[in-house]
Design a binder for this molecule. Structure first.
Ligand code: UDP
Length: 325
């Protein structure tokens, strides 16, 4: 059976990928420090508690478990926080990834799947964004991912190492069966935040910026259901196992919704007319991020199942109302 080490597998996206890997019948070891993840989110495999910055522990885990592939989700993800505290982002997202890659090499593990981000592109010249678009991150979060991607390419060019980098657009939604979903103490992402306001956990939802060069003045994002994103990882795994060369793929549907459109849909799904207030721009936010997803649809035969904003929000709302952790 294929053995996969999943760092950050107790987190939001990682746990949905673990679910997909479990359904594909892989031997799974999750390595997670539980700083933002939850034990209960790990539906398949074993959990080893630890930090990716802990080189000795990581070395032992890799040597004992001998994975065929490492999937690396453990990272910080908040754009705004990265602007306030860049060191935190470079240290964990970049330096700890360097440690992980070094430990993998020492243990003879040569295949890697990386959680990258649309944030590597910054403010793109053209939308939808193709994988060939230049890297021009406009915040430390995006830069930390771009540095890793550069290193991955250099490592791969140097030989005996292959990777797939998946550039996530806006992951959202939850397990349609309601077992797992997003669960952070500080919910900063739009859909989760909106639903928490609908639920009464926060007083109101702020729209960060209404003066962007978009039809309604609010930012546009390509929201992708987390299970469709998870499926992309399983396809990437099979691609690497069958000898596929190192490649990056955008993960999005190729369609964008503005902040106002998301709010409208959230109100429709929840049937709550929650309070919304227009506020200043949030630092580090590009105006429009929409994926050109033709590469992943072609090369990995990725076919999304849940390309429907209302369904995405419904699954997130169901989780929000019935969450177990
Ligand atoms: N956003 C907002 N209010 C919120 C949270 C987010 O207006 O409470 C906006 C944010 O400025 C951005 C978009 O929603 O334009 C998506 O932000 P999110 O944090 O969900 O994801 P990001 O694109 O930053 O990864």
């Amino acid at each position: 059976m294929v053995r996969v080490l999943v760092t950050g597998g107790a987190g939001y996206i990682g746990s949905h990928v673990v679910k997909a890997l479990g359904e594909r019948e892989c031997e799974i070891l999750v390595f997670d420090n539980l700083s933002t993840g939850h034990k209960e989110a790990v539906l398949y495999g074993e959990l080893a508690e630890g930090d990716v910055g802990d080189e000795n522990l990581l070395g032992r885990v890799l040597t004992d478990f001998k994975p065929d592939v490492v999937m690396h989700f453990a990272a910080f993800i908040e754009v705004e926080e990265s602007v306030r505290n860049p060191v935190k982002y470079y240290e964990n997202n970049f330096c700890n990834t360097v440690k992980l890659l070094k430990a993998m090499r020492a243990a003879g593990v040569d295949k890697f799947i990386f959680s990258s981000s649309a944030a590597v592109y910054g403010e793109p010249d053209e939308v939808p964004i193709g994988e060939g678009a230049p890297f021009n991150p406009v915040n430390p979060y995006g830069a930390s991912k771009a540095f890793v991607e550069r290193l991955l390419k250099e490592l791969s060019d140097a030989g005996d190492f292959r990777y797939v980098s998946l550039r996530y657009f806006n992951a959202a939604g939850a397990d349609p069966e309601g077992r797992i979903g997003q669960s952070y103490k500080r919910a900063t992402h739009l859909i989760t935040r909106a639903l928490k306001v609908a639920k009464g956990e926060f007083e109101k939802l702020y729209i960060y910026g209404t003066d962007y060069p978009t039809p309604d003045g609010t930012c546009i994002r390509d929201y992708i259901h987390v299970d469709d994103l998870a499926k992309a990882h399983v396809l990437a795994l099979d691609y690497l196992l069958s000898g596929g060369e190192s490649r990056a793929f955008n993960c999005g549907y190729g369609r964008g919704y503005s902040v106002k459109e998301v709010i409208e849909t959230a109100k429709k799904v929840t049937k709550v007319d929650f309070p919304v207030e227009e506020a200043a721009r949030r630092p580090g936010d590009p105006a429009v991020l929409i994926a050109d997803s033709s590469r992943i649809r072609g090369a990995l035969s990725w076919e999304p199942e849940y390309d429907d904003l209302e369904f995405i929000i419904k699954t997130a709302w169901n989780w929000e109302l019935n969450k177990r952790f």
